[in-house]
Design a protein around this ligand. Structure first.
Ligand SMILES: N[C@@H](CCC(=O)N[C@@H](CS)C(=O)NCC(=O)O)C(=O)O
Length: 222
């Protein structure tokens, strides 16, 4: 996929802090950079990129263990969004986006606000394996919410996570939309892409929704 421009969805000016000090790899000429998305970034990168790959990272599992009081929740009712948990046996599917030239600074400035300032995520270097060329892995930047960040909620039974997701919405929309769009992405990746944690939450949501609401109708509610 190639996308030369993208509408930027940035928070209201009052929330836009001064641009951050650029990370070390920004010294001198901006190089091509790969950014790995495994949550809302897989369906809504909202930054300009030059190329993208579907694939996976090893040694991490995706978990709905990060609280969100802006995008998919509020201070009173924090939503749940995903982070990466270090897991030797883990494998997490997502999308890597290549940014080049001026796109690098623009993407990093945008993601710093969306992910770090508003979301509590830190950056981490990961090895990404493209689905089509897993023998040619790429070094990518990922945004990971660690247990030390104030919004971290940690583990909970999938049924409890599903209940929380059904009850929350924020400035970017309902938490259910976040869950179902991620589930849709995983469906598109094919049968080799499994995420038992995500599937268990989707199944739990399915048992809680009125049986007359199909997935697309459920999405219309959010
Ligand atoms: N860092 C993960 C998770 C990103 C994520 O979901 N971040 C939230 C911030 S709490 C977000 O951007 N939400 C936008 C939305 O929900 O539409 C990724 O690579 O996708």
């Amino acid at each position: 996929m190639k996308q030369e421009s993208a509408a930027q969805s940035t928070p209201p000016p009052s929330l836009s802090p001064a641009p951050p000090a650029q990370p070390s790899w920004e010294d001198g000429d901006p190089q091509a950079l790969w950014i790995f998305g495994y949550g809302s970034l897989v369906w809504k990168p909202d930054f300009a990129y030059s190329d993208s790959r579907v694939g996976f990272v090893r040694g991490y599992s995706r978990r709905f263990w990060q609280g969100d009081t802006f995008h998919r929740g509020s201070d009173k009712m924090p939503g749940r969004v995903v982070t990466l948990l270090e897991d030797r046996e883990g494998c997490t599917w997502g999308v890597a986006y290549q940014v080049r030239g001026e796109q690098v600074n623009e993407a990093l400035k945008y993601l710093n606000v969306r992910e770090a300032v508003l979301g509590g995520y830190d950056t981490k270097e990961v090895t990404f394996y493209p689905q089509d060329t897993p023998d040619q892995p790429l070094t990518a930047l990922a945004y990971v919410a660690t247990p030390q960040n104030p919004g971290y909620l940690g583990p909970a039974p999938e049924e409890a996570i599903a209940t929380q997701i059904l009850a929350c919405r924020g400035f970017s929309g309902h938490n259910l939309e976040y869950l179902l769009r991620l589930a849709d992405f995983m469906q598109l990746c094919g049968p080799q892409a499994q995420d038992e944690h995500l599937e268990a939450i989707v199944d739990a949501v399915g048992t809680m929704l009125p049986c007359s609401y199909l997935t697309e109708q459920a999405l219309a509610l959010v």
